[in-house]
Design a protein. Structure first.
Length: 239
């Protein structure tokens, strides 16, 4: 019900840019350029956590991009899922090309905690994954969303934790749902999150999905995409 109300309110209430607050537009040209005006690149945090897959990001997490992600995630600006999903799709395309002959790209969103989803009224990463898959299909790349990861235990709030503390906090926190092996046998896996800071979350997601991946089939190793990465990680482009 809360998600339905937010969708309805977005149609009838005055809107403002989620990046800068400019009225009468959900995304102004300047903030749209900050989100999609750069070429996506490979990003790496420092230190890099063990098990982190190759990650591509669309933009650095600062200024307008930071505000856009927070507007979508925390303030219910659900219409921003479209442009944020487009940015994610661009990050997907920045990685190895996939023809789709062996199956569609499988976008696996990093799961949100149930309490966070309940508080926000939506799952922001899953919504962005769906928008990204739609953008990829429109451009001719077969893609579908497979939410096959779930939290197996509660974790502490990550805010204020250092990299090593985040790794310890997240270790063993995720698992694949029953039947994931069958679902993941149909194409290459791309892990999806909204943001990369220390890389601990994506490293844990890669660990959790690993046992469910097919041992044969010729698919490349899982990789990951995010809308944004910390400016320092975005600046390290060691391809």
């Amino acid at each position: 019900m809360r998600e339905w109300w937010r969708e309805f309110a977005g149609l009838v209430l005055p809107v403002s840019c989620g990046g800068c607050g400019r009225p009468r537009t959900e995304l102004c040209a300047a903030c749209g350029s900050a989100l999609g005006g750069r070429s996506p690149r490979r990003v790496r945090p420092s230190p890099e956590p063990p098990g982190l897959p190759v990650v591509h990001a669309a933009a650095p997490y600062e200024n307008a991009v930071r505000a856009l992600l927070l507007s979508h995630k925390e303030r219910g600006a659900l219409a921003l899922a479209g442009p944020l999903g487009d940015a994610l799709a661009a990050a997907v395309r920045a990685g190895p090309a996939w023809s789709g002959r062996g199956g569609p790209l499988l976008l696996v969103p990093v799961p949100s905690a149930r309490r966070s989803t309940a508080a926000r009224g939506h799952d922001p990463v899953r919504r962005l994954a769906r928008a990204s898959a739609a953008a990829l299909r429109r451009s001719g790349t077969p893609a579908r969303v497979l939410p096959v990861l779930r939290q197996r235990r509660r974790v502490a709030d990550q805010a204020g934790l250092r990299a090593a503390e985040r790794r310890a906090n997240l270790a063993g926190a995720l698992e694949a749902v029953p039947g994931a092996e069958r679902l993941l046998a149909s194409g290459p896996v791309v892990l999806v999150d909204d943001l990369l800071t220390t890389g601990s979350t994506l490293a844990e997601a890669a660990r959790a999905v690993g046992p469910a991946l097919p041992r044969t089939g010729g698919f490349p190793p899982p990789r990951a995409v995010v809308v944004a990465a910390s400016p320092s990680a975005f600046g390290i482009n060691r391809n």
